[in-house]
Write a protein that binds this ligand. Structure first.
Ligand SMILES: Cc1cc2nc3c(=O)[nH]c(=O)nc-3n(C[C@H](O)[C@H](O)[C@H](O)COP(=O)(O)OP(=O)(O)OC[C@H]3O[C@@H](n4cnc5c(N)ncnc54)[C@H](O)[C@@H]3O)c2cc1C
Length: 363
């Protein structure tokens, strides 16, 4: 069977491109998705207790990209949401990122902004050439804060020492010499009012978009032909692993529902130094739902097979570069999104990539 446009993957990248092709170009497009639902990793659903959960981990929309915000706002209204994170250090919940509040709570003192600046400057380790995530953290906040907040957390998250990880993981440590404890400072932040799945359904709501769920592209690859393929699945899979399997860090998600209205003091609490999980999310604190019970999610890095985070080491990047060379040889195929580009993208960046690809190549 022949199609003009085929999109593999119904995540945010695939849906954005499919929506553009259908509504801007007015062309039909086939979207092939191996899971039984659309939305990719932003998929959310109601559990048995009627609480909206994020099935693949907590997703908070935030961006400075006005165009992306406006684009997604066509498909959803937003609830105001300013994300807050606490980190359990020495048994105390301390606000993250590092602000004046963090330092004062951590050291049980009441520094002024200037005193905090001096305090940090005295501790920051001068490092000539910043090469790793450890270098980034030490040069910014010094040994003690690095150990309490970043070292064990990063080890737990990646299974290796921050000294072996490139600078992309701890690329920036926002230091705020004020009391602004918001996790993100982007101009646009929020939660889709009726959830991410509803937003994605609205993106796919066109008689020009044909969704084929529960179908691995590999199953139908030899049975279809197309003029243009937009592929958002894993790069190594597309090339039948000819340069080996790309390494990902997976996460095991354990949901628990508790018989209480509130479980913790913030939407997310990090556990850098204790337990096997990295963080606990309480969904009601993101969605403002009212319910006598509450559902939380514990994340156990390294468990499961789902490819969540591309591995941030030079070896893995070099291996992916071999696949990039193969991609250049493919005709009429565009590789898009976090799996095909072997890159961690936030939601706004995934949508931005898709909008740009449409404008530059498909329009
Ligand atoms: C735990 C976690 C938390 C996150 N939190 C945030 C956050 O708070 N804020 C934020 O902005 N971003 C967050 N993200 C990032 C966000 O999930 C991504 O930006 C977004 O999902 C990228 O969309 P995508 O379409 O590129 O990939 P995906 O959502 O992964 O979509 C790819 C789709 O392709 C399908 N597919 C793969 N292979 C095949 C195949 N062979 N055949 C058919 N279909 C296939 C997959 O099933 C999937 O549905 C988080 C990511 C993770 C893992």
């Amino acid at each position: 069977m022949h199609f003009k446009y085929v999109v593999v993957g119904a995540g945010l990248a695939g849906l954005t491109i499919a929506e553009r092709i259908a509504s801007e170009k007015g062309e039909k497009v086939l979207v092939v998705e191996k899971r039984g639902h659309i939305g990719g990793n932003v998929y959310d659903s109601y559990n048995d207790d009627g609480i909206l959960i994020h099935n693949y981990g907590p997703h908070i929309f935030h961006t400075n990209d006005r165009e992306v915000y406006k684009y997604l706002s066509r498909f959803t209204k937003w609830n105001d949401f300013w994300h807050r994170v606490l980190t359990m250090v020495d048994g105390n919940p301390i606000p993250m990122p590092i602000t004046l509040e963090t330092i004062n709570k951590l050291y049980h003192c009441s520094m002024t902004p200037d005193e905090m600046k001096q305090f940090i400057a005295e501790r920051a380790v001068p490092i000539e050439e910043i090469k790793t995530s450890r270098d980034v953290a030490l040069s910014k906040v010094g040994e003690e804060i690095y150990q309490k907040f970043f070292e064990s957390y990063t080890k737990k998250q990646w299974g290796i020492d921050p000294a072996e990880i490139d600078t992309s993981v701890i690329s920036r440590i926002p230091l705020r010499f004020n009391r602004d404890t918001r996790y993100f400072t982007d101009k646009y932040q929020g939660m889709p009012r009726y959830g991410y799945t509803k937003m994605c359904e609205s993106m796919a709501d066109s008689d020009k978009i044909k969704l084929l769920l529960n179908t691995d592209f590999e199953e139908i690859r030899d049975d279809i032909t197309y003029d243009t393929l937009i592929y958002t699945g894993p790069a190594d899979e597309y090339f039948h692993y000819k340069h080996g399997k790309l390494k990902y860090r997976s996460v095991g998600f354990v949901f628990e529902t508790h018989d209480c209205e509130s479980y913790q003091d913030a939407p997310v609490v990090n556990y850098p130094n204790d337990y096997d999980y990295t963080r606990i999310t309480e969904f009601k604190k993101m969605t403002w739902q009212e319910n006598k019970k509450t559902t939380i999610l514990k994340e156990f890095p390294g468990e499961g097979d789902e490819p969540y985070y591309p591995f941030p080491t030079p070896d893995c990047k070099a291996q992916f570069a071999l696949y990039q060379e193969e991609m250049k040889k493919e005709k009429n195929v565009y590789f898009l999104g976090r799996l095909a580009e072997y890159r961690y993208y936030n939601m706004d960046a995934a949508v931005r990539r898709a909008l740009d690809l449409y404008e530059e190549k498909l329009r």
